[in-house]
Design a protein around this ligand. Structure first.
Ligand code: NAP
Length: 285
């Protein structure tokens, strides 16, 4: 029987601590502020930014939205980012993806001042993370690392297997685990005999977006199992990549979906905004 890693509770605790930090900053005349840019009217993105705005309000981080029409051109988008880069009242800038296909998202990400890149997508932050230097880390991997810390799960010398190699989850998570001295194996859609690899994992992390892909026979006895996947079934139910009910009988620790990694993502975004505000005002973080 495993210990269920409670992401909801940890995210709440993180937000409470950040609220105190935010109040302390305000006493010093510093008002942490996040700017969110959304292009077009993707329904899922609307929900995501609404949640981000709500979380900012709860913690006391100022929030401003820039809702741009889907037919905006690249220069107009870049001009807005540059304007926000120069605006000293804004500490963090987030470009909500996806953006319309005629726009170059990579150019947009690298235009964001890397000191305000609270999503950790700027090549400078990606590079610094790879070099083991202090960087803004993509919020979902950062949330997973925070969970390990909270539950005293030491990665040093452990066999970590990560399923998924996306730029927002799999790759930064790989770097984070390497930086903690884990031995990391990354599986992707071309990996052969995945089960043989996952069975060797002391810590198994799935971020592929396939419901119940990780079955109990793919998991080593007492492994730590982290489920990043969020999948909506036809009946509307949200499930992860892991067959939770069966795998939990074998794992030492396991994250549920919902209530696991998901809630940590926004909490770590807020953490990054506060970190940016502190840094930009010459305070240690
Ligand atoms: P993504 O960009 O679609 O990447 C999926 C990755 O999974 C790819 O690297 C793909 O390999 C790999 N993959 C696909 N099938 C596989 C298989 N059978 N075995 C091993 N690897 C396989 O997705 P993402 O943005 O990283 O998100 C992954 C999941 O996490 C989704 O369910 C998403 O909703 C969820 N997510 C959750 C949070 C959160 O806050 N909890 C945040 C972000 C994402 P290739 O590279 O070869 O195509």
């Amino acid at each position: 029987m495993s210990i269920i890693i409670d992401g909801k509770k940890l995210a709440q605790k993180t937000r409470e601590n950040l609220k105190i930090e935010c109040e302390e900053l305000k006493e010093k005349g510093i008002n942490p502020k996040l700017a969110v840019i959304m292009v077009g009217d993707d329904e899922a993105s609307k929900v995501y930014i609404r949640n981000k705005s709500k979380a900012c309000k709860e913690v006391g981080v100022e929030y401003e939205e820039f809702l741009l029409k889907s037919d905006i051109n690249q220069k107009e988008l870049i001009d807005i980012i540059n304007k926000l880069n120069k605006d000293k009242s804004i500490n963090g800038i987030l470009l909500q993806s996806p953006i319309p296909k005629h726009l170059d998202i990579n150019e947009a990400f690298r235009t964001i001042d890397y000191n305000k890149d609270v999503d950790g997508f700027h090549p400078m932050n990606v590079g610094k993370l790879a070099l083991g230097q202090d960087a803004f880390v993509s919020c979902t991997p950062f949330g997973v690392m925070r969970m390990f810390e909270e539950y005293n799960i030491d990665l040093c010398g452990k066999n970590v297997v990560i399923l998924g190699r996306s730029n927002i989850v799999g790759k930064p998570l790989t770097q984070c685990c390497l930086n903690k001295n884990a031995t990391v194996t990354v599986c992707h859609s071309k990996t052969q005999n995945t089960k043989k690899i996952t069975k060797e994992a002391d810590i198994l992390i799935s971020a592929i977006g396939k419901p119940k892909f990780i079955t109990s026979d793919m998991v080593k006895e007492n492994a730590v199992v982290i489920d990043v996947g969020i999948n909506r079934l036809d009946n509307g139910k949200i499930v992860g990549d892991v067959d939770f009910e069966n795998v939990k009988e074998k794992a030492s620790y396991i994250t549920p979906v919902p209530g696991g990694v998901g809630p940590m993502t926004i909490a770590m975004l807020l953490n990054n905004v506060i970190k940016a505000a502190k840094r930009q005002n010459g305070l240690n973080y």
